[in-house]
Design a protein around this ligand. Structure first.
Ligand code: FES
Ligand SMILES: [Fe+2]
Length: 381
């Protein structure tokens, strides 16, 4: 049983200044009840990333998503607008769409064939008034469309707020948007995808991404050209945190490079930033590409990382001339993210130690991680 009294005490210890604070308690990594609490207070009440616009690329695209047992459906309508609905028929609650694809015309429920248009409107209710009678006074189509879910998007990442109670999306995303105003208004073009399964709680993936402290030991390759001392902390309390480097200097190929975003300020020539946007997306941004990692928190000790890499032009993203360079870039990032797996899984195992007290933070090196813990504690407290 999750002891809510003890949890409150533990969370207040987390919300101390970084030098005095403890980390989040073991239960938040190991207990199904804690996961259920996070499902309500973090994943339902706040903004959370459920996918990418490229997952529903054309008019009529449908993409079902399961978020901790909450079935959602991304739909691209005829005008190109991406919408999100609960993926459930308003008749008897059948799951509407089981697999991604393109559905021209209407979305038909496989049970009794009620049909919905891509904007969610109920369009057909065959035999609802008896054989051959397709309407009935009891069913008002105007009140029986698909249930819309608030959504918004940034750099092709799609976010939802299921409860409908979070602040407006534009207000929520504004701090990161203004930090990265240099990239505003530029299209990003999808190039590569891969996914990794990790045997750890989703928060450990966030925590590890927040800090550069582990670079010398976990990423010796990366550290050989972008050293610990080349990094700085990024902290926006209760919103996001991470790290940046002043030495972004990829050496994938002596003769080829990706085109940069046009007209970026000079600091991006050699700079790059890596941010955990709470709760579940890890972003890397560079002058010539960006990536988003959506963390799917499938269980308290299991997370799927969906990695999507984007480039600055359609040609860079899909053209033949840079295909090998794209493969090298994806392989380089994959190697880095795989290097992190043994530590996040090792920290998960460590949470089984009954007397582990959440651990301590280096006041100098771990403050972006503490920034995230403070956010979690505030959301759950
Ligand atoms: S449950 Fe969908 S039509 Fe009956
Ligand atoms: Fe790492």
């Amino acid at each position: 049983m999750l002891d809510l009294g003890k949890l409150a005490t533990d969370l207040s210890a987390v919300m101390q200044p970084v030098g005095q604070a403890k980390g989040l308690p073991n239960a938040l990594y190991t207990s199904t009840e804690a996961m259920a609490l996070e499902r309500e207070r973090i994943f339902k009440d706040g903004w959370v990333c459920i996918g990418f616009g490229k997952d529903a690329p054309v008019a009529g695209s449908v993409m079902p998503v399961d978020l901790l047992g909450m079935p959602l459906l991304m739909v691209r309508d005829a005008q190109g607008t991406l919408r999100v609905f609960e993926n459930v028929c308003r008749h008897r609650g059948m799951i509407l769409v089981e697999a991604p694809g393109t559905v021209p015309g209407v979305i038909r429920c496989p049970y009794h064939s009620w049909c919905y248009s891509h904007d969610g409107a109920l369009r057909a209710t065959p035999h609802v008034g008896g054989p051959g009678v397709n309407t009935h006074d009891c069913i008002d189509p105007a009140k029986t469309g698909l249930t819309p879910v608030r959504s918004g998007s940034y750099l092709d990442m799609v976010f939802v707020n299921i409860s409908g109670t979070a602040p407006a999306f534009d207000d929520w995303i504004a701090p990161l948007r203004s930090r990265w105003a240099d990239f505003e208004g530029r299209g990003v073009h999808h190039g590569s995808s891969f996914r990794l399964q990790v045997a750890c709680n989703w928060k450990l993936a966030v925590e590890n991404y927040c800090e550069s402290y582990h670079l010398p030991w976990i990423h010796p390759g990366l550290n050989s050209y972008s050293r610990l001392e080349d990094h700085y902390h990024i902290e926006a309390p209760r919103a996001f945190s991470g790290q940046g480097t002043v030495v972004y200097n990829p050496r994938l190929d002596p003769d080829l490079s990706f085109p940069n975003f046009d007209g970026l300020p000079e600091k991006w020539d050699t700079g790059a930033e890596y941010v955990s946007l709470y709760p579940n997306v890890l972003i890397g941004i560079h002058r010539d590409h960006m990536y988003g990692i959506r963390l799917d928190p499938v269980a308290q000790d299991r997370t799927i990382e969906h990695i999507e890499i984007y480039y600055t032009t359609p040609e860079a993203a899909t053209g033949g001339a840079l295909a090998t360079l794209r493969e090298k870039n994806a392989a380089m990032w994959k190697e880095v993210f795989i290097e992190d797996i043994f530590v996040v899984e090792g920290m998960q195992k460590g949470r089984g130690a009954p007397n582990f007290d959440g651990g301590r933070f280096s006041a100098v090196m771990d403050s972006p991680t503490h920034c995230f813990h403070d956010w979690v504690a505030a959301r759950l407290g």
